[in-house]
Design a protein around this ligand. Structure first.
Ligand code: MN
Length: 310
């Protein structure tokens, strides 16, 4: 279960989230920024792993065997390197920096993600999840790859819109609740003002470099939660920086999140786990050299739904 007890901030706030280190398999160390103690969601964004930049020239790099998802979308976003996506719908897609890999799990999907055998030296990116609202969480699973999401520039700032709309640019990625995700490159010496949707809550991840977000210096690898009620956001960087902006309408529904599943009850989670372990529902990821992931045991205490702010 996720920690966190901080309410959705209706007004602008600043909450620095340092994240914690987690190993993905044996080869990739990530910083988990959501869910974390004190913050479970930002809009419908319910999971953020930031990895790298790592030199994997002499290593296998990312090796995540087939595993299941329900009730969410995964967003794969690379700043450096390449990741090969394979899923149980039969899709096989190499994802490069600046390309959107968007997987809608809906009622059930399985996928594997790995660095290709021959890969660039650097690996740097983010794996993020969006919780699906109740009305959409039973949709058919789907995979979308958008090689060239829309972008705009403004006063030293170059933005690529990953999901939703920002600065008049609209991502082709399918969404099921009002939200935004964007990659922001700040050239050295940038001072910029980014327009925001005031009804959304927002957070900014500093992926590399050093940036001042709303006047506060944010270290690389940290997430700054900003609350709601902002019509714009001051961004500045002397050396240059790479940021991810994530936001959305506060997610009102209670969710249960465990392992790779987002559901509404502990029973649904247990059923999904059982189906995965018995080879039901999720299909098969073909052409993956290795065994699928084994689900961890369910926690001894019952999984209970929790609100985004509870
Ligand atoms: Mn996954």
């Amino acid at each position: 279960m996720c920690g966190g007890r901080t309410a959705v901030a209706a007004r602008p706030v600043q909450q620095v989230i340092a994240g914690r280190e987690v190993w993905l398999g044996e080869s990739t160390r990530v910083r988990r920024l959501l869910p974390t103690l004190g913050r479970r969601m930002v809009g419908a964004w319910c999971f953020i792993d930031h990895y790298g930049p790592d030199d994997i020239a002499a290593e296998p790099g990312m090796q995540v065997p087939p595993h299941p998802h329900i009730g969410l979308q995964t967003v794969s976003w690379l700043l450096d390197g390449e990741v090969l996506h394979r899923d149980s719908l039969g899709n096989e897609q190499l994802i490069r920096p600046g390309e959107l890999g968007l997987m809608t799990a809906g009622r059930a999907i399985a996928h594997a993600e790995q660095s290709p055998v021959r890969h660039p030296a650097l690996l740097h990116g983010a794996q993020m999840w969006v919780a699906l609202p109740d009305a959409a969480r039973g949709v058919a699973p789907a995979w979308q790859h958008h090689p060239d999401p829309p972008a705009f520039t403004d006063a030293g700032l170059a933005a690529t819109v990953i999901l939703g709309e920002l600065g008049g640019a609209v991502s082709p990625g399918r969404t099921y609740s009002p939200l935004v995700g964007a990659d922001l490159t700040l050239a050295p010496g940038t001072r910029s003002q980014l327009p925001l949707e005031a009804d959304f809550e927002h957070a900014v991840l500093v992926a590399s470099g050093f940036a001042e977000v709303d006047g506060t210096v944010v270290e690389p690898g940290a997430l700054l939660y900003l609350g709601c009620g902002r019509r714009d956001l001051r961004l500045a960087s002397e050396p240059g920086a790479r940021l991810l902006l994530l936001g959305g309408e506060p997610f009102a529904e209670q969710i249960v999140m465990w392992w790779n599943f987002v559901a509404r009850t502990g029973e649904e989670i247990a059923a999904a786990r059982t189906d995965w372990m018995h080879g039901n529902r999720f299909g098969t990821v073909r052409d993956y050299a290795g065994e699928p992931l084994v689900a961890p045991p369910l926690p001894a205490t019952p999984l209970k739904p929790r609100r985004a702010d509870g």
